[in-house]
Design a protein around this ligand. Structure first.
Ligand code: FAD
Length: 512
């Protein structure tokens, strides 16, 4: 029997039907199309992965499936490795081309893509991969990247012409073969403390942000309780491509023109730029998943204390804001930027642990886990990028400043509820008598601090500041700046992505 000739659109982290170039191109090519998504067991079992990620992906798939079903188009999702899936598909169809977005993923997905390239070449299948979100593969320097990014964001949206789509319907026995292994049942459960996946939810979150929530955006961005409402919360939708960066960018500009708060929307817009800046950094130097970005830090000794790492992971360090943040992210998958940075700073500076000891735990907890942002950000906060200012966040001061009433700490550490606000951030300062009056005992309901905060911060500061002056660190710094930043002139360099730098990406206000 002759196999039908088809094209395949391979969905990865682009779970949407609008502004989707591979989809549009595949439809234009004219052959019957199979729309495919693989829940790959190897990726799902990887050290940086957790069910919460795949549940979010599943929710996105379910929405796509329903939207496509209304047009009579099936979505073929399988629980199998990509290679196995394509090998099986070849028994049923002659595949002419596979259309997909380039993925800036972890080393595992990169290796998979390399295997697939070799496989497609051997099978004489065209693999057409399209750049995603302004990120350029194989980029050697950043000289014109900013302009390229802006041109991508301001270009017209790419909408597939559904009327032209011809469908390839996979036979039922093929589906049965590739879905033989069920997905974990947890993926189908509803966890109300987590953001729900899917395109409609991406737009729901975005609309409420652009309509009103953004007005408090910058004022509350560092506050662990308030930021949950006044930040956009768009990150997991970007990670899974439920909305494209271009759609997000253009909707933000539209909101600005429609009377949105300029200052807050500009702050938000500059972070959309950072999103791609960090992914570009990782795309250009992906060894930072495992190694120090600045090799000058390779010989810095940090003895591993598994008991401290465990206390950090579970939120039992004895430092209320650290523990509240960790328990919160473990339970909900979300934490605002400042508190993420503080958790990493505490692990790598106060506890003096190698960043590799904590990077996977937080990857598993963040619902928005995006390797291209996560690894560069983690290293930036750990100080191993070399070029950025090292910040050692004092969790007591952060608590007093950003959670002054203790609302956030009390929510996540109910065992501290009896404490007066004045002592909430430093429970170890309560005298034995005060503890007795409160019917509360340090070391019983809540742990003693596992380290001396001031001593550890002083130690970290002294070692790191001295270390930064090493010749090997300086040499690496100039290499890093050349690769990852835009050269303004021979001796001037702009460190894009540093929160201190404004990009000025929105057009200037019109003069009256
Ligand atoms: C150690 C560490 C790890 C991080 N890991 C991730 C990650 O895996 N995935 C992820 O999306 N973000 C990560 N971030 C960046 C940032 O904390 C989140 O993007 C942000 O908190 C998401 O919330 P939001 O969507 O409400 O952000 P908003 O403040 O509303 O910002 C809008 C969008 O801009 C982008 N953005 C905001 N801040 C940053 C930033 N500092 N760097 C890069 N992009 C930014 C995100 O795409 C975000 O969704 C990490 C930060 C740190 C310090």
């Amino acid at each position: 029997m002759q196999r039908p000739r088809i094209n395949i659109v391979w969905f990865k982290r682009d779970l949407r039907l609008s502004d989707h170039l591979p989809l549009q191109q595949a439809i234009e090519a004219g052959l019957p199309i199979l729309l495919l998504f693989c829940f790959e067991p190897s990726c799902m079992a990887h050290v940086d992965s957790s069910n919460r990620h795949w549940r979010f992906a599943w929710q996105g798939i379910e929405v796509l499936e329903q939207s496509l079903a209304r047009m009579g188009i099936p979505l073929f999702w399988v629980h199998a490795e990509a290679l196995e899936t394509f090998q099986t598909l070849l028994q049923y169809a002659e595949i002419q081309s596979v259309y997909a977005y380039q993925e800036t993923g972890n080393a595992l997905s990169y290796a998979r893509d390399q295997h697939m390239t070799a496989f497609f070449q051997k099978q004489r299948i065209n693999w057409l991969e399209y750049p995603s979100g302004g990120v350029i593969r194989g980029l050697k320097h950043r000289n014109h990247w900013e302009q390229y990014w802006l041109s991508q964001m301001n270009a017209p949206l790419v909408h597939p012409d559904w009327a032209q789509l011809q469908v390839f319907v996979p036979p039922p026995d093929l589906l049965a073969r590739l879905r033989a292994q069920p997905l974990p049942s947890q993926l189908y459960q509803n966890f109300p403390d987590f953001q729900p996946g899917g395109t409609h939810n991406a737009w729901r979150y975005l609309h409420s942000f652009l309509h009103s929530r953004h007005r408090q955006y910058f004022k509350q961005i560092s506050k662990p309780a308030a930021a949950r409402h006044s930040c956009s919360r768009i990150s997991p939708y970007l990670t899974w491509g439920n909305i494209s960066m271009r759609e997000l960018w253009q909707a933000t500009r539209h909101a600005l023109n429609a009377g949105g708060d300029r200052y807050n929307l500009e702050q938000f817009g500059s972070r959309l730029f950072w999103h791609c800046h960090f992914i570009q950094k990782f795309e250009s130097e992906c060894r930072m998943e495992f190694e120090n970005l600045n090799r000058g830090f390779d010989t810095l000794e940090k003895p591993v204390r598994p008991d401290w790492v465990q206390a950090w992971e579970n939120g039992y360090t004895g430092f209320p804001l650290i523990d509240a943040c960790m328990r919160c992210v473990n339970a909900t998958g979300y934490l605002n930027f400042r508190m993420r940075a503080m958790l990493v700073s505490f692990l790598t500076h106060h506890l003096w642990q190698p960043w590799q000891q904590g990077v996977h735990h937080l990857a598993r907890q963040f619902l928005d886990y995006e390797p291209g942002i996560h690894y560069p950000q983690f290293q930036m906060q750990a100080g191993t990028s070399g070029v950025n200012t090292i910040r050692i966040y004092n969790p007591v001061k952060q608590g007093q400043e950003h959670d002054p009433t203790g609302e956030f700490i009390r929510k996540w550490l109910p065992e501290l509820a009896p404490l007066p606000t004045a002592h909430l951030h430093e429970p170890w300062k309560l005298s034995a008598l005060e503890q007795k009056w409160l019917g509360w005992e340090l070391g019983k309901q809540y742990p003693q601090p596992i380290v001396n905060l001031e001593q550890r911060a002083t130690h970290a500061r002294e070692v790191l500041w001295k270390w930064k002056k090493n010749e090997s660190v300086k040499q690496e710094n100039s290499r890093i700046l050349k690769t990852h930043t835009k050269r303004k002139s021979e001796n001037e360099t702009l460190i894009m992505g540093d929160p201190a730098v404004q990009t000025g990406i929105f057009p200037a206000k019109k003069q009256k």
